[in-house]
Ligand binder design. Structure first.
Ligand code: G3P
Ligand code: CA
Length: 290
């Protein structure tokens, strides 16, 4: 055999072995997933321990975490990529975790008009990913959003290493312990190469009804197991097209029971919600009627 032929066959063999060539895993079709958006964040400040504890106690299948990274390289759980501290706007990537320690995430939640405001939340701080994983270990499932990957080079490897350190990846559980989501397809493709067995969700947001042609969804199937879409953009046609492509669909963020019921009847596979109790109650009623 000529050298060129041998080289060609070798490349073919190696490319078939590379993790990037692995198909994404399929998410189980049951149960309908109740994803506690930033925890049970209607009832306790978002992305705090009380919010996550409440979501787990209510029976949510996943707690949702948004990730940012501080200047000293710590992954922290916070929606926004900046905070206001002592009247100054500060980017998370430019402050240390020590500085972040002065920020009180409950202040926005603890408005007098909020019936769930409580002084017991006043002393809460922004948790690190490490603290959340140590606290809850494998007693819950994690639905983690890589929020601003362009700001945080290497965040994909860092996240996978950290999850691996807690033995949360490559497991044989009825539900995957970890699902990773992002609006950034580049970031998700990196995660898929690093951890092909971790289910990924490609996020989309539309001003009008969702427009996702089959050709686009087919490209998503190369690295992701499903999509997340803002709930008002979801249509029955979209759900059908997504399912025909072999993907799952999880709309966000659904707090109204009538809207949740409409999405369930369209056939979505789960929803992000600030009120896991409400969605779980709705689901229990649906099963009673069956
Ligand atoms: O992750 C789905 C949904 O949470 C995206 O919106 O802004 O709440 O992170 P956001
Ligand atoms: Ca999110």
């Amino acid at each position: 055999m000529k050298v060129k032929q041998i080289a060609f066959l070798l490349i073919l063999f190696l490319s078939s072995c590379s993790p990037a060539s692995k198909q994404p895993v399929s998410l189980p079709s049951e149960p309908f997933l109740v994803i506690a958006h930033r925890g049970a964040s209607a009832y306790a400040p978002a992305h705090t321990f009380p919010s996550y504890e409440l979501a787990i106690d209510m029976g949510a299948h996943y707690i949702e975490l948004d990730l940012q990274r501080t200047k000293d390289g710590k992954l922290i759980v916070l929606h926004n990529d900046s905070i206001e501290l002592n009247g100054n706007e500060m980017e998370i990537e430019e402050i240390t975790s020590d500085t972040l320690g002065a920020f009180k995430p409950a202040e926005e939640f603890n408005q007098p008009s909020n019936q769930f405001a409580s002084q017991r939340f006043a002393s809460l701080r922004v948790p690190s990913l490490e603290q959340v994983l140590r606290e809850f270990g494998d007693q819950t499932n994690y639905y983690i959003e890589i929020k601003s990957p362009e700001r945080y080079p290497g965040i994909e490897q860092q996240l996978i290493d950290q999850l691996d350190g807690h033995h949360l990846l490559n497991r044989e559980d009825p539900l995957p312990k970890v699902i990773i989501q992002s609006f950034s397809s580049d970031s998700l493709k990196k995660v898929h190469e690093l951890s092909p067995s971790t289910p990924l969700i490609q996020l989309y947001s539309f001003k009008e009804k969702a427009d996702l042609p089959t050709s686009k969804l087919k490209r998503v199937t190369r690295y992701a197991s499903g999509i997340g879409v803002n709930s008002m953009a979801v249509t029955e046609h979209l759900v059908k097209t997504v399912h025909q492509s072999g993907l799952a669909i999880h709309p966000f963020t659904v707090n109204d029971p009538e809207h949740a019921a409409a999405l369930i009847s369209m056939g979505v596979d789960g929803v992000f919600t600030d009120k896991p109790d409400l969605i779980l109650h709705l689901l229990s009623q649906e099963y009673e009627q069956d």
